[in-house]
Design a binder for this molecule. Structure first.
Ligand code: UP5
Ligand code: MG
Length: 199
């Protein structure tokens, strides 16, 4: 079980908003561990003997949100592994989660009292910019969802399911919004200002 109560920042924003890019930069400069829910799901999809491989594959291509039991167990395992290896590593960037009401309720059910969610770091970016970044990346990413058809669905899911989650946190004053349409360095300057203020 968890040794110390982990400190969590949820990192949200549309597909291609730059969540992963900015989390990598945060990790270089601050003592956070980056856990991308999408990366964990893709890893589980490719794991030999995974009972969820096929389901995850289909959901990702369709831009649909995987049932929370699967995602939460991967996140929880990754957090526990990190903290077991090094007890001082108790700050996490959880990237791309929670994406819908099912995710949020699952988190609250499993993690309530076991982790402190500090705030949501929200990378705000127009759909057009998001789509063009993912299509550009799709030329070499090998991601099965970096194509026009999947992107249309990912954007739909983001608008219908994820934005309302961000709005819920906003009502509690728990969202820090960054203009993610600018250059990587400009975005990171804004991220740093937020993290330095919160620390
Ligand atoms: N790039 C980044 N920043 C830039 C900038 N400022 N200027 C110009 N270019 C910039 O960046 C995307 C691309 O843009 C890269 O080529 C980058 O160089 C460039 P990246 O940092 O990868 O953006 P990110 O927001 O991380 O985009 P990603 O595609 O990972 O976002 P998604 O939220 O769509 O993907 P994720 O991996 O989180 O989820 C994929 C799928 O998994 C979901 O659709 C869903 O089916 C499933 N999923 C769940 O079911 N549950 C979960 O909890 C999580 C995922
Ligand atoms: Mg990502």
């Amino acid at each position: 079980s968890l040794i110390m109560k982990p400190k969590v920042i949820f990192v949200l924003g549309g597909p291609g908003a730059g969540k992963g890019t900015q989390c990598s930069k945060i990790v270089e400069a601050y003592s956070y561990t980056h856990l991308s829910a999408g990366d964990l799901l893709r890893e589980e999809r490719g794991r030999a003997g995974s009972e969820y491989g096929q389901l995850i594959d289909t959901y990702i291509k369709e831009g649909k949100i995987v049932p929370v039991e699967i995602t939460i167990s991967l996140l929880r395992k990754a957090m526990e592994e990190t903290m077991t290896k090094d007890e001082t590593k108790s700050c996490f960037l959880i990237d791309g989660f929670p994406r819908n009401e099912d995710n949020l309720q699952g988190w609250n059910r499993v993690m309530d009292g076991k982790a402190d969610v500090k705030f949501v770091l929200f990378f705000d970016c127009s759909n057009e910019v998001c789509i063009s970044r993912c299509l550009e990346r799709g030329k070499s990413s090998g991601r099965t969802d970096d194509n026009r058809e999947s992107l249309q669905k990912r954007i739909q899911t983001y608008l219908q399911s994820t934005r309302p989650i961000i709005e819920q946190y906003e009502k509690h004053g728990k969202v820090r919004t960054v203009d993610a349409s600018r250059s990587v360095d400009e975005v990171f300057a804004e991220v740093k200002a937020i993290l330095d203020k919160e620390a």
